[in-house]
Design a protein around this ligand. Structure first.
Ligand SMILES: [Zn+2]
Length: 266
């Protein structure tokens, strides 16, 4: 068998083991990552909500102060109203009074608006706080689960990664690139054994014989042209499945499949 092909087969076996480890973890890494994002968004939103809350309190306090001042002005102007001696003075004063009243109204209206905003803000903060508590409990459990799985698999994982690095050194870049490209497109499986089915046949004398029947790709299970079988068995050149593009090889343990399908030969 071609040296490169042999190493690619070993690389695939290592990668298959690594994939099994990842399957053990399931969706957990993704779930934890999503929860982290949700939590940080919630924390950021809560931060800005609380800042706005403080701001509103200050603005309301300020407006209340302005109203107090305006009311004092108003009282003073109203007292002065009794002392005016000319129409001109009277008009000027009533105009001042109107302005002050309008200012008070505007400030009171603004306070109302801010109080409404504050109410909505408080409800939003309360619900975000509750969600945040839930999410934090959730992520804690998920992290525990993930840690447990990681502890179980870390040693095997790093051993496999070490082996992977060693085997990569033995394969030329162009084969590695090819392998990685197919693996990426085909769920991590770039090189597969072919399957050759040998059918069991019994002759007239009752002797059992095995006859080669169809050859198929171990990845997509589509038929491999029979004339390719010799090439693939010797492994002298790299062959690909015409359908899925995966590299094909002959595996002494798994390629030969003996069917017990009985058929009389006459
Ligand atoms: Zn295939």
């Amino acid at each position: 068998m071609l040296k490169e092909l042999k190493y690619l087969v070993i690389l695939q076996k290592i990668d298959n083991e690594l994939m099994k480890i990842n399957q053990l973890k399931g969706d957990l890494p993704q779930i934890v990552e999503n929860l982290e994002k949700t939590i940080s968004t919630l924390e950021r939103d809560l931060g800005s909500n609380r800042a706005r809350e403080k701001e509103i309190i200050l603005v309301i306090k300020n407006l209340e102060g302005q109203i107090e001042d305006s009311k004092e002005h108003l009282k003073r102007y109203q007292d002065q109203l009794y002392l005016v001696t000319s129409n001109k003075e009277y008009d000027a004063l009533t105009s001042e009074i109107d302005t002050v009243r309008q200012n008070i109204d505007a400030a009171e209206y603004k306070i109302l608006e801010l109080n409404e905003e504050m109410q909505t803000l408080k409800e939003s903060i309360k619900s975000k706080d509750l969600t945040l508590i839930d999410k934090r409990i959730d992520i804690e459990h998920r992290r525990e689960q993930l840690d447990k799985t990681n502890k179980k698999t870390n040693d095997v994982h790093s051993k496999l990664m070490g082996e992977r690095e060693e085997i990569l050194k033995m394969i030329s870049q162009r084969y590695i690139r090819d392998y990685e490209r197919i693996a990426k497109a085909k769920d991590g499986v770039a090189i597969v054994p072919i399957h050759q089915v040998f059918e069991e046949k019994t002759d007239k004398k009752g002797n059992i014989e095995y006859h080669p029947a169809q050859v198929s790709c171990g990845g997509c299970h589509k038929i491999v042209p029979p004339q390719k079988i010799v090439e693939i068995r010797t492994g002298k050149i790299l062959n690909r499945c015409e359908f899925c593009g995966r590299l094909l090889y002959w595996d002494d343990k798994t390629s030969e499949i003996r069917s017990n399908h009985e058929e009389e030969v006459f």
